[in-house]
Write a protein that binds this ligand. Structure first.
Ligand code: SF4
Length: 109
């Protein structure tokens, strides 16, 4: 969800729980925020995660190290697309068996 205010856009993500590593979450929120900034023509300064049933609020600022993480991931994705190769994955058969994207990468096994 994107909140569009008078002077900013704020991506809001709902999660059951926060993973141990927040790299994926930060990258996801940065992508949402940058796209929303472009779409609505308003600055993206922060993103919000509402966590669990109680909706605990966790805020991520759009700061340089978060942007650098996003940019690193974007470049790796572009290289993967350019090489037409599958990215490395630590997924297992049981994890993939429950994944909604299995039809797109089911020749992994
Ligand atoms: S099916 Fe693909 S996207 Fe889904 S968990 Fe397995 S490797 Fe990851």
């Amino acid at each position: 969800m994107i909140l569009v205010g008078e002077d900013q856009v704020i991506p809001v993500e709902f999660k059951e729980r926060m993973p141990n590593s927040q790299r994926g979450v930060i990258t996801q929120l940065m992508a949402y925020g940058l796209l929303a900034e472009e779409q609505f023509g308003k600055p993206f300064r922060r993103a919000i995660v509402l966590l669990g049933e109680n909706g605990k609020i966790i805020t991520f600022e759009n700061e340089k190290n978060h942007y650098a993480l996003f940019e690193e991931t974007r470049k790796r994705l572009m290289a993967i697309i350019g090489n037409e190769s599958f990215p490395d994955s630590d997924s297992t058969a049981s994890k993939c068996g429950q994944c909604e994207y299995i039809k797109y990468c089911n020749d992994r096994f």
